[in-house]
Each structure stands twice: as structure tokens, then as C-alpha cells.
Write a protein that binds this ligand. Structure first.
Ligand SMILES: *[C@@H]1O[C@H](CO)[C@@H](O)[C@H](O)[C@H]1NC(C)=O
Ligand SMILES: *[C@@H]1O[C@H](CO)[C@@H](O)[C@H](O)[C@H]1NC(C)=O
Length: 241
């Protein structure tokens, strides 16, 4: 809640929701909520100091899950089943990695169960760019290839970077909500089986959320936030959107 001044605020929804930007200018007395795990910002756009009080809902988070339960009488075994994860994903688009997710979209029976998985294929040089999963920790098993992985801790832990190069049989865990990346640093394809602690972990690709939101975040906010010229921000916005 804003108690003084004028604040420009916004948050960007996750990839499944097309990285939509929700933004507002807030005046004294206005209240705005930032959903759990979403990239968000606040900027003073007034002529005076601005003050806001924030409350955090970590006791009882309302997950943006959005799936209703199916009538139990209509549930069949196929709701708990999917196939095709033996087929490599097509890595020829984007940065050379393809995530084949088994989440509540693909497997309705996962709803409310708090687990999910994925097969991830990487072409040589392929990358899953820095991203977060707002609703789940994720654990990787490398089946094939050579993968460079890492995550960055939060500000209380001084943004420490933890990295590892993984080979077949190696397992690595990414704690919930932290920025992480995975890069194929081998000469062959790399294949990973990932398990997640949510039926709907969500994925926020940081570059897409920050520079490719719909509509775009005011470039002045990003220029200040990233110590960039406006031109560079506009260039990045053109690349990501
Ligand atoms: C992979 O995707 C590319 C680009 O969309 C497409 O041209 C190609 O046919 C696909 N390959 C397979 C095996 O589906
Ligand atoms: C973070 O940095 C501060 C200041 O250098 C230090 O006092 C603190 O011990 C560090 N915390 C961790 C978890 O490394």
C-alpha cells in the first residue's frame, strides 16, 4: 500500500501466460498485489519521496494454478498417463534446447499432486536461458552428454553462484524460485530427465519477462534498473519481443 508519493509498479506473468505485463501508477492509499514468484518492479515517478508498506503472503500462498479438479466419476487411467518421452525434442529452434514437460496441462491427473517432470534435449551448444520456476524446486538426472548448470542464491546469501558440470548419471537440484541456467557444453546432444515439486512449476525466462513483456515495461524503468542507455533497452526490447 502506498502511503506517500506516486509509484509506477508492474509484474510480468510467466511464459505460459505470454509474459503479460500488468502495470499501474499508484497514488496514496492505493493497494497492489504482486503474485508469488513473478518478476516485478516499483519506481518512484513522482516529484516527492514515495513510501509503501508491503505484506508478504509466505504463510499461505495462493498459487496461480488455475486448474479445476475433474469430476472423479469421469477420471480414467489416461488422466494419469502420458507417453512419448522416448522421442527427442526438436532442438532446432530458439537457443537449442527443447523442454518436453509433463505437467498438469499434459497429464490432468497431476492436478494437486505436487509433482511433475520433463525431458530436456539440448543440441551441442544448446541452452535453457536464465529462468526461474516460481512454484517448484527441480532435480535433474543427466542421461547423456555434458551439461553446465548453475543457480544464483537470493540477496540474503549475497547472490552466490553455484555451478557444476554434469555427466551421465549425475544429479543436481535447483532450489525453488532461484534463477538457474543449463548449457550443453559437450560435443553431442545432451538429454536430461527433470522432476519438479509441482504439477505446474511455471517458467519465467528472465530475459523474456524483463525485455519481452506484453506490453513492454517502460524503457525508463529498465534503463535505470540495469544502468543502460535507453537505446540499448529499446534494442533489447526489440530482440526479446
Ligand atoms: C524441427 O523444427 C524445425 C523448425 O520449426 C522444422 O523445420 C523441422 O522440420 C523440425 N524437425 C522435426 C524432426 O520435426
Ligand atoms: C554476505 O556478505 C556479508 C557482507 O560481506 C557477510 O557479512 C555475510 O556473511 C555474507 N553472507 C553469506 C551467507 O555469505
Amino acid at each position: 500500500m502506498v502511503t506517500k508519493g506516486k509509484l509506477l509498479v508492474g509484474f510480468v506473468s510467466s511464459n505460459q501466460d505470454s509474459n503479460r505485463l500488468f502495470s499501474k501508477v499508484l497514488k496514496r492509499g492505493d493497494v497492489f498485489v504482486f503474485p508469488i514468484g513473478m518478476i516485478h518492479y516499483q519506481m518512484n515517478v513522482g516529484r516527492t519521496r514515495a513510501v509503501a508498506f508491503a505484506g508478504f503472503g509466505s504463510q499461505n500462498p495462493v498459487y496461480v494454478n488455475g486448474k479445476f479438479c475433474k469430476d472423479p466419476r469421469r477420471v480414467t487411467a489416461n488422466d494419469f498417463y502420458t507417453s512419448g518421452l522416448n522421442v527427442p525434442g526438436n532442438t532446432s529452434t530458439g537457443p537449442g534446447a527443447k523442454i518436453t514437460a509433463v505437467d498438469v496441462e499434459r497429464m490432468p491427473g497431476l492436478n494437486t499432486l505436487g509433482v511433475g517432470m520433463a525431458r530436456i534435449d539440448f543440441a551441442p551448444g544448446g541452452l535453457v536461458p536464465p529462468h526461474t520456476h516460481p512454484r517448484a524446486s527441480e532435480i535433474f538426472l543427466v542421461m547423456k552428454g555434458k551439461l553446465f548448470v548453475g543457480f544464483v542464491s537470493s540477496n540474503e546469501y549475497n547472490y552466490t553462484l553455484f555451478t557444476k558440470v554434469l555427466y551421465p548419471g549425475d544429479v543436481f537440484v535447483f532450489p525453488k524460485g532461484l534463477p538457474q541456467f543449463h548449457a550443453n557444453v559437450g560435443k553431442t546432444n545432451t538429454v536430461v530427465i527433470a522432476a519438479a515439486g509441482s504439477q505446474n512449476p511455471g517458467r519465467i525466462i528472465i530475459g523474456d519477462a524483463v525485455f519481452g513483456s506484453k506490453p513492454l515495461i517502460d524503457p525508463k524503468v529498465l534503463a535505470k534498473a540495469f544502468a543502460l542507455d535507453l537505446d540499448k533497452v529499446k534494442y533489447l526490447q526489440a530482440v526479446f519481443s
